[in-house]
Design a protein around this ligand. Sequence first.
Ligand code: NAD
Length: 312
Amino acid sequence: MLVTGGAGFVGSYLCEEWLRRGASVVALDDLSGGRVENLRGLLGQRGFEFVRGSAADPGLLGELVCGVTRICHLAASVGVERTCRAPHDVLARDLAATQAVTTAALAQGLPVCFTSSSEVYGPLAEPPLSEERCAVVDPSGARGAYATAKLAGEALLCSAHRQHELPVVVARLFNVVGSRQRGTQVLPAFVRAAQERRALIVHGDGAQTRCFAHARDVARALADLAVEPRAIGKLVNLGSTGEISITALAERVCELAGVEVRIERRPHAAVYATRFVETRRRVPDLARLEDLIGWVPGAALDEWIVELLGRA
Ligand SMILES: NC(=O)c1ccc[n+]([C@@H]2O[C@H](COP(=O)([O-])OP(=O)(O)OC[C@H]3O[C@@H](n4cnc5c(N)ncnc54)[C@H](O)[C@@H]3O)[C@@H](O)[C@H]2O)c1
């Protein structure tokens, strides 16, 4: 198994999941966003190898795919701040990586499971978001580079499936949480602020909602999808439907941390210094996922917040 982005947040849980299932795993990561620390429990384990390098390096990929039976392609430039600050780098790097992965997979006829994103539905689509719906990305918008890279990645892999019968599964991930998530993401940022008795900064008016799933559950679902024959050639939403507003999330963190701190709203323009269209609600339709792998999302947000509070 080759897991690109294997030292990342979700990637590290996926490496664990494959090892738990008895597979050998090569984790490829350039550490641009991930950390070796995420693989602490895996380094030195039999059947596990970490390779520091780029998924956009065709030579390296060509070598690595010779010894594996499947690719899970998670490597990507993740984070709204990064996409707003360096959109061209994000688009160019992520496209190059997915192109290289597709070429290497085609050369060996290897199955690919690709993590795309709910961002491909665009900021204005009304939930529940179904895979039947056409994706709408705004290439010049604040998150356009990331969304475009994901959509183009989907197209590269799906066309390789249609034209060359490459076994491909595209999982469109919605919001994921877990203890290895970077501090810049919403929940870890709230948790750290609460622990340091600082104001929790809510971007926008805070009424926007998100649905969170735990990375451990997401990794399990990704591994199930990757080996499910009926998932081949399909786009599949992966997430939860437990909807919570960002203000309610901030309040929950304060309550569980046992602190009374200010919740401060900051306009997107002040945070990202670019045109930013907020996604008001991002709720997946999970019927396809449920049909394919019998997925029932966990709904233990309080537990996950407590897990993050315990990390510091
Ligand atoms: N976490 C979420 O809520 C979420 C939501 C939707 C989609 N996704 C997708 O899931 C995947 C994993 O996301 P994550 O949250 O774990 O982010 P992450 O940043 O923790 O993981 C991505 C990993 O890819 C690595 N990487 C980036 N470019 C690379 C390259 N060219 N070569 C090798 N390694 C490279 C980074 O170092 C990082 O370790 C990504 O594809 C992301 O787009 C995540």
